[in-house]
Design a protein around this ligand. Structure first.
Ligand SMILES: Cc1cc2nc3c(=O)[nH]c(=O)nc-3n(C[C@H](O)[C@H](O)[C@H](O)COP(=O)(O)OP(=O)(O)OC[C@H]3O[C@@H](n4cnc5c(N)ncnc54)[C@H](O)[C@@H]3O)c2cc1C
Length: 417
């Protein structure tokens, strides 16, 4: 049978390829980048998505390149704990939450897909530039960096081509602009002394500026870790026009945000020192797109960021792409392609739309905004500012919405003052 063609060899496209291969469904991946290089910085995979990677026998390999996240703590700018909870296996899930370098994760998936599907099935320097379909098949046009074009025929086309999806724009006619909320992010990863239990994730700040940091891989010595950090702050009013095209590789500089982090005082990290020691700082505006009501047209559908780009709060971008892949792979085993794609969309569109909307208002990080609004100068006792139930409703509510709530009764989630 003609293959399923996947446009985009990012996290979602590659996981889909591995899942289809497992189900005996032929597929071909075409990736626009001339070569897959370890681009990006830190990314989190939540336990429900890690379970899918474990089912693909990837857990051992993941353990060699990543960190099993033990806890997540939300803090004020001055380091007072608002919420502290175990994550992944430590919260009773069967598998861990994983913090990884996004580029190393993509490289691992790429090499695994090439090894399992064959080199010819997973190709770089192959940008999908157009597609047509009829009742029986899809014809896809692919172009190399040299301008050479070729055509291939498949029985379905999946647009896993990321936030600037060509398929979303060209085939589904969605030319809506990116939406920018006025927040700029600066990100980096640096070899840094391990802190706390060596596998903690910290998110601290107030309503205007936040810091996220967590280890993503072993460091140069046993007491160091490759540590990912993100500083983000509001620099403009929300508008539909971000400051320049949002690119994952746009460079930033410490001087651009030094003033914005002056109010931070966290016991476990000297942020200016961390940022100054980082060789490559990236700048990225916090953007998403309005959720699409329809992802599918006949034999063509979207997956991952192409379908539902979301603000990177709540660690959900890659995880939801992986869950999309699982759902789509299962649907495609049913046979009739248009019906399978429609079924996939019906299952995944409402869930991911709800997460896009939740992330727009801060997702679980709203606990930080809540405390900052009620106690801007800090607190003596947290419970006089917000009840544990109030905080739990935000954090656990988000986990339930996004599908990774800890097994009932298995953990003690706690707020500490
Ligand atoms: C270079 C890069 C760096 C990133 N860094 C981070 C990071 O540090 N932290 C983080 O949280 N998220 C990062 N992301 C985003 C993150 O990978 C996604 O939000 C998430 O994993 C969902 O994955 P996805 O497969 O939908 O999209 P992506 O992982 O973005 O993959 C999309 C893929 O499609 C390819 N592509 C685009 N257009 C075409 C086309 N016309 N034909 C064929 N291929 C095409 C792209 O080159 C890319 O490889 C990065 C994305 C990219 C592309």
């Amino acid at each position: 049978m003609a293959p399923v063609i996947i446009a985009g060899g990012g996290i979602g496209g590659l996981v889909l390829a591995l899942m289809l291969h497992r189900r005996g469904i032929a597929c071909q991946v075409r990736e626009a980048a001339p070569a897959v290089r370890p681009l990006g910085v830190g990314i989190n995979i939540l336990p429900h998505a890690v379970a899918e990677l474990a089912e693909l026998d990837l857990l051992d390999a993941l353990d060699t390149i990543s960190i099993r996240t033990r806890t997540l703590t939300y803090m004020t700018q001055r380091g007072q704990t608002i919420w502290h909870e175990p994550r992944g296996c430590y919260a009773g899930h069967a598998v861990p939450q994983i913090s990884a370098h996004r580029g190393r994760l993509q490289s691992l998936l790429w090499q695994t897909a090439q090894a399992r599907l064959g080199l010819g099935a997973v190709r770089a320097d192959a940008r999908v530039i157009g597609a047509t379909q009829d009742a029986a098949s899809v014809t896809v046009t692919v172009r190399t960096a040299d301008g050479e074009t070729s055509e291939m025929t498949g029985h379905a086309l999946i647009g896993a081509d990321g936030i600037h999806s060509m398929l979303r724009a060209a085939l589904l006619g969605d030319d809506s602009p990116m939406r920018w909320n006025g927040i700029q992010m600066w990100r980096g990863a640096v070899d840094w002394p391990a802190f706390g239990s060596r596998d903690e994730m910290i998110i601290a700040g107030d309503a205007t500026a936040k810091l996220v940091f967590y280890p993503i891989a072993p460091g140069s010595t046993s007491d160091r870790r490759l540590t990912n950090w993100v500083v983000y702050a509001r620099i403009a009013d929300a508008s539909t026009m971000p400051p320049g095209r949002e690119s994952w590789s746009a460079r930033g500089a410490f001087a651009e945000f030094a003033r914005l982090i002056e109010g931070f005082a966290l016991p476990m990290v000297d942020i200016p020192a961390l940022a100054s020691a980082t060789a490559e700082i990236f700048r990225y505006p916090m953007c998403d797109r309005d959720p699409l009501p329809v992802w599918t047209q006949g034999r063509i559908t979207l997956l991952g960021d192409a379908a539902h780009s979301m603000y990177p709060v709540g660690s959900n971008g890659a995880s939801q792409a992986i869950l999309d892949a699982r759902c789509l792979a299962d649907c495609l085993t049913e046979g009739d392609v248009p019906a399978a794609l429609a079924q996939y969309e019906a299952e995944r569109q409402p869930v991911t739309t709800a997460i896009v909307h939740s992330n727009r208002v801060g997702g679980p990080e709203r606990v930080i905004d809540l405390i900052a609004a009620r106690a801007p100068a800090g607190f003596d006792r947290l419970e006089t500012v917000a009840t544990a139930d109030e905080l739990a409703a935000i954090v656990r509510g988000y986990a339930s919405l996004a599908g990774f709530a800890a097994p009932s009764g298995a953990i003690a989630i706690q707020a500490r003052s």
